[in-house]
Design a protein around this ligand. Structure first.
Ligand code: FE2
Length: 192
């Protein structure tokens, strides 16, 4: 289940505590209010998280085809990121600064976790921590950035309209520097 964190407003009359959403209906409704689609997917048949990419794509074939038809996505692939992935830090640095794409960012998480920060036009940045079973669709043009969690692990299905459209455009706003890429995750829940 994804977790949404809405940090307190800084220096505003509406200053308050951080809000955390963990309830599926709350998370779905909040994200929908920002044009972000959130779903939980289940495979048509059981598939191991480390199964070959073809097997994973086949297991989620029905969900993928439905989303392809709805969003005009042409291709789906599987991306694997591990702590020993070559040039990992360089790869992560490309996406941990505020940017947008000419393409929707569509991810279904198979294994591991990740943290999206979204900077909506209304101004208040919020964070979405995704984990296995979460489908997230961030519309093209949305200002956002992405970090891995401490375990440096994510395996995800990606859907593309056109891979060329997925080049990041940087805002260079520096907004991302004001936010720690700290995941909540299971450890946080256990401590709480
Ligand atoms: Fe992105």
């Amino acid at each position: 289940m994804a977790i949404v964190k809405i940090p307190p407003r800084q220096g505003s009359a509406q200053a308050g505590d951080q809000v955390t959403l963990r309830d599926r209906a709350d998370v779905t409704a909040f994200l929908a209010g920002h044009g972000i689609e959130y779903e939980r997917w289940t495979p048509e048949h059981p598939v191991a998280a480390d199964a070959p990419a073809d097997a994973v794509l086949a297991a989620y074939g029905r969900e993928i085809e439905t989303l392809k038809a709805r969003g005009g996505y042409a291709t789906a692939d599987v991306i694997d990121v591990k702590p020993d992935t070559p040039n990992l830090e360089m790869m992560l640095a490309k996406f941990s600064r505020e940017h947008w794409h000419d393409e929707d960012e569509v991810r279904f998480i198979i294994e591991g976790r990740g943290l999206f920060h979204v900077h909506p036009p209304s101004g208040q940045v919020f964070a979405i921590e995704v984990e296995a079973g979460d489908l997230i669709r961030v519309p093209r043009g949305t200002h956002h950035w992405f970090d891995l969690c401490g375990d440096r692990r994510i395996r995800a299905i990606r859907l593309f309209q056109d891979m060329a459209g997925w080049t990041p455009h940087y805002t260079e706003s520096g907004v991302d520097k004001g936010f720690e890429p700290l995941c909540f995750g299971p450890a946080y829940v256990a401590r709480g």
